[in-house]
Design a protein around this ligand. Structure first.
Ligand SMILES: *[C@@H]1O[C@H](CO)[C@@H](O)[C@H](O)[C@H]1NC(C)=O
Ligand SMILES: *[C@@H]1O[C@H](CO)[C@@H](O)[C@H](O)[C@H]1NC(C)=O
Ligand SMILES: *[C@@H]1O[C@H](CO)[C@@H](O)[C@H](O)[C@H]1NC(C)=O
Ligand SMILES: *[C@@H]1O[C@H](CO)[C@@H](O)[C@H](O)[C@H]1NC(C)=O
Ligand SMILES: *[C@@H]1O[C@H](CO)[C@@H](O)[C@H](O)[C@H]1NC(C)=O
Length: 196
């Protein structure tokens, strides 16, 4: 609760933010669409869904490490189960330059940790966001979750930074690899940051 209050305070007192620090682009009120079976550059189309009912995409943005987003995609328990799932989001904050992402692990099943992801950006209208032609790759790489050592459950890992200079109104994040065989891919939090 203390962390949540601190972040809300920051967001509502922008004049108090000193230069050169990371600021969250996405917040719990943003519109989020959970998707599966989608690769960077490709269309998500009708591939919306496949999350556990009380483990929906918004749980990844609620600043609550006790809740998680679990997408099971095809529903098997293989090493690929849940890969190429994720979400797209249109932040209320508006057009932003993403330069970092930070994950927090879920409560259980370390096998389901995403190890690598893609992050894309779009300035297209919401009706076009299901189409691959609307997205440009910003980042493809580590989540910051170590593939060989479990950082612990419900744990924030190091922010991953990248040199992006292009501003976008929407962002799409997809898991491209995970730790081991299990049902789906899950994380308790993911934040997208810009550097102000
Ligand atoms: C989210 O929406 C609620 C209800 O409109 C509002 O009270 C709250 O301040 C909003 N939070 C953020 C972070 O925008
Ligand atoms: C994923 O999409 C491909 C076509 O792009 C389709 O052939 C395949 O059946 C889909 N898989 C699932 C699990 O929906
Ligand atoms: C999204 O906008 C870009 C740039 O204007 C354009 O090239 C692309 O075709 C648009 N996407 C769709 C699906 O219309
Ligand atoms: C993962 O952890 C091991 C053991 O601490 C370390 O040697 C390795 O460099 C780490 N890998 C990454 C990508 O941080
Ligand atoms: C960004 O670019 C600078 C200059 O090329 C480089 O020193 C730095 O390591 C890069 N940062 C990241 C996160 O790639």
């Amino acid at each position: 609760m203390a962390t949540k209050f601190f972040l809300l305070t920051l967001a509502t007192t922008t004049t108090m933010i000193p230069p050169s620090q990371y600021m969250k682009i996405i917040n719990p009120n943003d519109t989020i669409v959970g998707i599966f079976n989608t690769s960077a550059g490709s269309s998500s189309g009708v591939n919306v869904g496949n999350w556990v009912s009380d483990e929906s995409p918004s749980s990844a943005f609620d600043d609550d490490i006790n809740t998680k987003y679990l997408n099971y995609a095809a529903g098997d328990t293989s090493i690929t189960s849940g890969l190429q799932s994720g979400f797209y989001v249109t932040p209320l904050i508006g057009r932003s330059i993403a330069t970092g992402i930070q994950f927090a692990t879920a409560n259980d099943n370390f096998e389901r940790d995403p190890i690598t992801v893609t992050l894309e950006g779009s300035n297209n209208a919401s009706a076009q966001l299901s189409l691959g032609a609307s997205w440009k790759l910003i980042y493809s790489g580590s989540t910051g979750i170590n593939a060989s050592v479990d950082p612990g459950r419900m744990t924030y890992v190091a922010m991953q930074n990248f040199n992006n200079t292009l501003a976008y109104t929407s962002f799409r994040l997809l898991a491209t690899s995970k730790r081991a065989s299990s049902y789906g891919v899950q994380y308790s939090e993911v934040s997208i940051y810009n550097f102000v």
